[in-house]
Design a protein around this ligand. Structure first.
Ligand SMILES: *Cc1c(COP(=O)(O)O)cnc(C)c1O
Length: 386
C-alpha cells in the first residue's frame, strides 16, 4: 500500500517534494521500544533529522517513545509551541541560554559544566537538569576531572531548591563498532559517574548513555533510557539485519523533469564540461542541486529513477539543477524523477547517496534544503488513491 502510494505519487510531479512516510517512523519506533531495556527518547533535533520534528515527535510518542530530545532550547520550545507535552530534554546550549523559558515551558536541560550549573541555578524557578558527563569523546559533557565537583555543586543547588537533578547522561563515541574497546571504557566511566553522583547525594531517576547504535548492539549501555534518533528514520549503522532488526527508511525525494532535449554524441554537459555524451541521447533537467541537498561530491556517480529505470546524473551537480541522461528512449517534461526513496521500487536510497558523496546518511537527510516542499505520506496521497 505504502510503496504503491509512493510510486503513484512519483509518476507526475510539479515541484521538488520530500515525502515522509510516518508509518515507517511508527514501525521503527515500536521496534526500539521493544528492544530497549528502559524507555525510548525520540531524538528529533535538526527538525527531526529533516523529517519534521513535531510530526515525528507525535508519531514516536504514539508508538512507544515516552521522551523527546533535541539539542538546542529553541528546538524544544518549537515542540512545546506545537502542543507536545511529553518529557523533553535539550542538551546543548550556551551558558547564557534562555533558561527562564526552559523552566517556564517545562523543558529539562543538560548541564555539562560548573558555569552552566551556575547559570541554570541563578535562573528563578527550579530547573530540571541532567548532568552530562563526557565518557570519552572530548566533545560535549563534563570531563571526568570536574565531574565530582559538578555533582557536589549540583547537590548544593538542589538543597537550595534551585535545580532538581533528574538525570545523568553520557554519549558513546564508537558505538557503531561494537567490537571497539572504547565502548567498554565508556560504559565503565558512565557507571563511575553515576556512582559519584550518588555519593554526592543525588538520586537521578534517569540514566542514559545509548543512542541508536548502542540500543541495537549493546544492552549493557541501555540503563533507564535510550536516546534514539537515526534509528527512527531508518538508519541502522549497519547493525540491523544481523541482529534481526529491519528498519524502514521513510523519505522519498521527487522532482519533475523541467526540460528534456535530444542531443548528439559528444555533447558537453554542464560546468567545466565534466561529461560528454557517448551516444545520441536525451538529457533531462531536474531542478535540484547542492543548495537543495544533493552533494556536489556525488557528481559523476549519482543516479535517479525515471520511468522505473536508474539513470545517471551527468556532469557536475550545480547549485540548483542536475542533468540526467535519459537514454535514447527519453522521457517527457513534467514526468517525475525519484531522487531517493526506500528502494522498494528500484530507486536509489539515502544510503546510495551517502556512498556516492563519501558521507553518512544523516548528512543527506538533514541536508535537504528549505525550498523543497515537505509532505507526509498520509491523508491526502492515500486518500487520493482510494
Ligand atoms: C544526536 C544524538 C543522539 C541520537 O543519536 P542517533 O545515533 O541518531 O540515535 C543521542 N544523543 C546525543 C547526545 C546526540 O547528540
Amino acid at each position: 500500500m505504502t510503496g504503491l502510494a509512493v510510486q503513484s505519487h512519483a509518476a507526475t510531479s510539479t515541484r521538488p517534494r520530500l515525502t515522509v512516510d510516518l508509518a515507517s517512523v511508527a514501525r521503527n519506533t515500536r521496534l526500539f521500544a521493544e528492544r530497549a531495556a528502559g524507555t525510548v527518547m525520540a531524538v528529533v533535533k535538526a527538525d527531526g533529522y529533516g523529517y519534521g520534528a513535531s510530526d515525528v515527535a507525535r508519531t514516536a510518542l504514539a508508538h512507544g517513545a515516552t521522551w523527546l530530545g533535541v539539542t538546542r532550547l529553541d528546538e524544544a520550545l518549537v515542540l512545546r509551541d506545537a502542543g507536545l507535552v511529553a518529557p523533553l530534554l535539550s542538551w546543548l546550549n550556551p551558558v547564557d541560554a534562555d533558561y527562564a523559558s526552559a523552566i517556564a515551558r517545562d523543558v529539562d536541560v543538560a548541564v555539562p559544566s560548573l558555569e552552566h550549573l551556575s547559570a541554570v541555578a541563578a535562573t528563578p524557578g527550579r530547573a530540571r537538569v541532567h548532568l552530562h558527563v563526557d565518557v570519552g569523546m572530548a566533545r560535549d559533557g563534563a570531563p571526568p576531572a570536574v565531574w565530582g565537583r559538578l555533582c557536589r555543586a549540583a547537590r548544593l543547588a538542589e538543597l537550595r531548591g534551585e535545580v532538581k537533578v533528574v538525570g545523568v547522561m553520557g554519549h558513546l563515541g564508537c558505538a557503531d563498532d561494537p567490537t571497539d574497546e572504547c565502548n567498554a571504557i565508556g560504559r565503565t566511566r558512565f557507571s563511575w559517574a553515576v556512582d559519584v553522583a550518588h555519593a554526592a547525594g543525588l538520586r537521578p531517576r534517569e540514566r542514559h548513555l545509548a543512542a541508536t547504535a548502542a540500543t541495537l548492539a549493546d544492552p549493557r549501555a541501555h540503563h533507564t533510557l535510550s536516546r534514539v534518533g537515526a534509528g527512527l528514520y531508518g538508519i541502522d549503522y549497519g547493525l540491523g539485519p544481523e541482529r534481526g532488526v529491519l528498519l524502514r527508511p521513510a523519505l522519498t525525494l521527487t522532482a519533475p523533469l523541467v526540460q528534456v532535449r535530444r542531443v548528439q554524441v559528444g555533447t558537453a554537459v554542464g560546468y567545466g564540461h565534466a561529461h560528454r555524451t557517448d551516444r545520441a541521447t536525451h538529457l533531462g533537467l531536474v531542478p535540484l542541486g547542492y543548495a537543495d541537498g544533493l552533494p556536489r561530491a556525488a557528481s559523476g556517480r549519482a543516479e535517479v529513477l525515471v520511468r522505473g529505470r536508474r539513470r545517471p546524473v551527468v556532469g557536475r551537480i550545480s547549485m540548483d539543477q542536475v542533468v540526467v541522461d535519459l537514454g535514447p528512449e527519453g522521457a517527457d517534461a513534467g514526468e517525475a524523477v525519484t531522487v531517493f526513496g526506500p528502494g522498494t521500487c528500484g530507486e536509489p536510497t539515502v544510503a546510495d547517496w551517502a556512498a556516492w558523496s563519501g558521507t553518512i546518511e544523516h548528512e543527506i537527510i538533514t541536508g535537504i534544503g528549505a525550498r523543497v516542499e515537505r509532505g507526509t505520506l498520509a491523508g491526502t496521497h492515500l486518500r487520493s488513491l482510494a
